[in-house]
Design a protein around this ligand. Structure first.
Ligand code: DGY
Length: 322
């Protein structure tokens, strides 16, 4: 009898066809994300799960899954999964790093460029019919990237790839991690390790690339914003909850910092009347860090491979924990 696999959302045809060859699959349709109660009843008898970042796979959910051998998430982030408990239950967890590194670094860089050169704001000015005078010395002036200090908080795969792009734009790069990267890598990226305090006080732009954990929850709050330069910008393409959004809105309104570029939010999706959406010097995108045709397709490929391996008791290509 074929093993049973549940997908909480549709994937590419090639991935579905591949899965159908080997498994009895069920794809959730209807409300997204799948309601927790529905997921809890569906997960009961499946051997494998392909899930997405909004699907909360907590201890209770794992407890309901009697046959589950693998959780394959279509994301690099896995803060929605109780990885420790999955491990305890000998359930493999696969994720999709690497293939999305370039796409996410590109999006991060484009948020920075847009913000500093006021691209989206300019677009809004034209669309609202507010472009009335041209080419004054002080009209719509932005800020140069060249020579500015980019502070990367979390220099891993995505942070490192962002550093490469920033280097090409002649930016100075400082970073803060729990651990130093190798001297060799520091040299290649021209990145200098600094303390968190120095990162926040010296950077012209801070880009956040850390997972959401107990330690990083609301780490960027008013206390941090007050230490940043009042000309500094904050970019976040990692997880929304690393930033205290209420404080961020206040910090931008009060000109404590200059603005923000955000792809992720405390609660997603945000609505058009969200406080951040009312600020001009903020660029917002709807959690699209990895969203390119090529990358999303590679992620599907990896998600299927991870599932295949895990469901057969093997270590996924990209495995969290074990
Ligand atoms: C990821 O892959 O984690 C993206 O941020 C989507 O959640």
């Amino acid at each position: 009898m074929k093993k049973r696999v549940l997908l909480t959302r549709i994937l590419h045809d090639f991935a579905i066809n591949e899965l159908k060859k080997r498994y009895h699959i069920e794809i959730h349709s209807g409300k997204i994300p799948i309601p927790q109660s529905k997921l809890r009843s569906k997960i009961k008898n499946v051997d494998g799960l392909i899930c997405f970042p909004y699907d909360k796979i907590d201890r209770n959910m794992i407890e309901s899954a009697k046959n589950l051998k693998v959780i394959s998430t279509y994301s690099v982030g896995f803060d929605h999964i109780d990885v420790e408990y999955a491990k305890k239950k000998k359930i493999r967890v696969g994720y999709t790093p690497e293939v999305l590194t370039d796409a996410t670094a590109d999006l991060t860089f484009s948020l920075m460029l847009d913000l500093l050169r006021r691209v989206s704001e300019g677009d809004r000015i034209i669309r609202k019919g507010k472009w009335n005078v041209i080419y004054g010395a002080f009209d719509y002036v932005g800020v140069d990237l060249q020579g500015k200090t980019l502070g990367i908080f979390g220099l891993g795969r995505i942070g490192g790839t962002l550093a490469k792009r920033a280097k090409a734009f002649d930016m100075k790069i400082i970073y803060h991690n729990r651990k130093h990267i190798s001297k060799n890598k520091e040299r290649t990226l021209s990145a200098k390790y600094v303390s968190f305090e120095k990162l926040i006080t010296q950077s012209d732009i801070i880009s956040v690339h850390v997972p959401h954990t107990k330690e990083t929850d609301h780490l960027f709050d008013m206390k941090v914003f007050r230490k940043m330069k009042d000309t500094a910008f904050l970019i976040n393409t990692s997880r929304g909850k690393v930033i205290n959004e209420k404080d961020l809105v206040m910090a931008i309104k009060k000109k404590i910092i200059a603005g923000a570029g955000l792809d992720v939010f405390e609660e997603e999706p945000i609505k058009k009347d969200h406080a951040l959406a009312k600020l001009e010097n903020v660029v917002l995108t709807p959690h699209i860090g990895s969203s390119t045709k090529e990358t999303r397709s590679k992620m599907a490929e990896i998600a299927v491979k991870n599932l295949d391996l895990g469901i057969n008791g093997k270590k996924p290509v990209y495995s969290v924990g074990y």
